[in-house]
Design a binder for this molecule. Structure first.
Ligand code: ZN
Length: 612
């Protein structure tokens, strides 16, 4: 029954895996937004433009053009299948894997209806009337519309269904002005919960409907809870059993904040299995508030986990170092919980928001909100087989874009350590919900103050700070200078990899700011069509940017963040597209062109499990 399939994927954070979601009825409850042609809301567009249909009439699409565009979109990635043979597993473990794969299917469906409430129907219609390419495209993107090609004809649905993403979570036709009122309503805490949908409730009033009570999400969450309990019945290890049961309970809990207790159980997982399931990331919601469902499960890689564990011992020292860099006036270091967990795993399967249309997630740091985060407790999970899937690609890119004498520094283990530090760095300094005081004395949170720049600034903080810890680690004797060179160069290659994706995504824009700053400060140079790390100058450039970004976040400096981004990426209105500006423009455009000429494509990961 496990049809493998698919595709998708980037390097830093976005994942893959794909099984065809099981067929199921599209609940299509009353009040669900009708599909109407209109602008898609993408990450990085919060607060979004007024969301309303541009056209009401059905879209006429030339079938030949549609097929051509779909084929071209599919060709953007090379497909890689990660195979897992379950034959050697014990009987209970095989049953556990079977139940978890069914849970992945349900998460796929939950995420699909979060993207668009009619997606399950589109899936059925595409299965009935679409071409083989249409089916593959829908599975890759979990929606009918292309990502890179925004033309209306680039559509897996033969009827060319209109683009709309993530609006179901908000009142129909909500404007920026209404969103502002929602943000100030007496029940704003529940309305702005990451786990509720917002509905109108009389003039000037809104109610928060917990996901579990929503007519579209609730029944699927109930099925997911039942499936997790079934998995718990096969789990032979106590912490896994406990987590599966407490997360199942949370999926049935009709409160706006149901996940706190099971978050602790997830962080405390021991044994060989790692299972992460729930609504977490908000990047793809039009207002960056409502969380999408994702699931990843796999087997622990004990060797790499042990290698990373040594860095865990110095986390508090890293937090203290960052606090003294930005200064005690704006930040006092948190006391980090020694139970913070770091795990490296080999992914068996992933679904929902854990597999993005382009690229593959190579790590995650969760939870990103809630009681455990307030206490400084979280877990980092490195996805080793996802990461290694990119190694040949990184080498090909390096051969084209990196100074020849620095290509020897590109190293896949340095890449995993960089990613680990990126994830560690999410846990230092600011986080989205941190209470802060702006320069004019206003009490607020990072998210409230930085608005649509929140995600970009948080990713920038994590990436730049992870670079900053390279020099800090050498200084403190935790890292050899030769290893530092590998980390810098491999990190630069990672940045260049992210730059090859469309600029409308959060990561490519984040990278433009980072690389632009390094180039402005001499840390990275562009020489005869290739990038080069200046090992003498890069550490100071990194330190300057780490301090700047940390300060912008901790003082909620919206104007400062806008100005920093605008130095390297310009937003083109009214189409809401982006272009490079400044020193990065020429080199990045030239590099992208070189990658294109050499037909360097990113990989799209899918999963196949056999032997059950
Ligand atoms: Zn990140």
């Amino acid at each position: 029954m496990r049809r493998v399939i698919l595709i998708g994927c980037v390097s830093l954070l976005s994942s893959m895996g794909c099984k065809k979601p099981s067929k199921g009825a599209d609940p299509g409850p009353p009040g669900v937004m009708k599909p109407a042609p209109g602008g898609e809301t993408d990450p990085g567009m919060r607060p979004g433009p007024r969301v309303r249909p541009r056209r009401r009439a059905a879209v006429q699409i030339d079938p030949a053009e549609r097929k051509r565009r779909v084929r071209r979109e599919l060709a953007l990635y090379n497909s890689i299948t990660l195979r897992f043979d379950a034959a050697a597993l014990s009987g209970p473990d095989k049953k556990l894997v079977g139940a978890l794969l069914r849970a992945v299917d349900l998460v796929e469906r939950l995420n699909m209806v979060q993207i668009h409430p009619h997606n399950l129907r589109y899936d059925r219609e595409i299965a009935d009337r679409g071409t083989a390419d249409d089916k593959v495209l829908f599975l890759r993107y979990q929606r009918p519309w292309c990502f890179a090609d925004e033309h209306v004809a680039c559509n897996a649905h033969p009827g060319g269904v209109p683009k709309l993403v993530g609006l179901y979570h908000w009142p129909k036709g909500m404007t920026d002005a209404e969103f502002e009122k929602i943000s100030k309503a007496p029940n704003k805490k529940e309305l702005l919960s990451n786990f509720t949908v917002v509905r109108r409730d009389g003039p000037g009033k809104w109610k928060a409907v917990p996901y579990a009570a929503d007519p579209l999400f609730g029944p699927l969450m109930k099925k997911l809870a039942v499936t997790l309990r079934e998995a718990a019945g096969h789990a032979t290890e106590a912490t896994l059993k406990k987590f599966l049961l407490s997360r199942a309970k949370a999926f049935e809990d009709k409160s706006p904040f149901p996940y706190d207790a099971s978050d602790y159980d997830w962080i405390a997982l021991k044994g060989k299995w790692e299972v992460n399931v729930g609504p977490y990331e908000v990047y793809k919601n039009p207002r960056h508030i409502k969380a999408r469902f994702k699931m990843v499960f796999g087997l622990t890689d004990p060797k790499i986990t042990a290698r990373l564990a040594r860095f865990k011992k110095v986390l508090q020292q890293m937090e203290n170092a960052l606090a003294s860099l930005v200064g005690p006036k704006i930040y006092k270091p948190r006391k980090l919980d020694p139970r913070i967990a770091v795990r490296a795993i080999r992914v068996v399967s992933a679904g929902g928001d854990a597999r993005a249309p382009k690229g593959a997630t190579v790590a995650f740091h969760l939870p990103n909100r809630g009681k455990s985060v307030d206490e400084g407790l979280y877990k980092k999970v490195m996805l080793v087989n996802h990461s290694f899937a990119f190694t040949p690609l990184v080498k090909r890119r390096a051969a084209l874009a990196l100074a020849v004498d620095q290509q020897r520094y590109v190293d896949k283990l340095a890449g995993i350590t960089n990613t680990t530090f990126h994830e560690f760095s999410h846990g230092f300094g600011a986080h989205d919900e941190l209470k802060i005081k702006t320069a004019d004395g206003k009490q607020t949170t990072v998210h409230e103050a930085l608005k649509e720049h929140t995600s970009l600034m948080e990713e920038l903080k994590a990436d730049v700070t992870s670079f900053w810890f390279i020099a800090q680690s050498v200084k403190r004797g935790w890292l050899k200078p030769a290893e530092a060179k590998a980390r810098y160069v491999t990190g630069l290659m990672h940045i260049l990899g992210l730059s090859s994706y469309p600029l409308k995504g959060t990561y490519p824009r984040m990278v433009a700011v980072q690389l632009g700053w390094y180039m402005d400060h001499g840390g990275v140079t562009w020489d005869k069509g290739r990038f080069r790390v200046d090992f003498a100058k890069l550490p100071a450039a990194v330190e300057g940017l780490t301090k700047k970004v940390g300060t912008l976040q901790l003082t909620g400096d919206y104007a400062g963040a806008s100005a920093l981004i605008a130095r390297y990426v310009k937003t083109v209105v009214p189409k809401k597209s982006y272009v490079y500006v400044g020193k990065v423009k020429g080199p990045l455009e030239q590099m992208k062109e070189a990658f294109k000429k050499a037909d360097i494509k990113s990989v799209a990961i899918s999963y196949q499990v056999s032997g059950l």
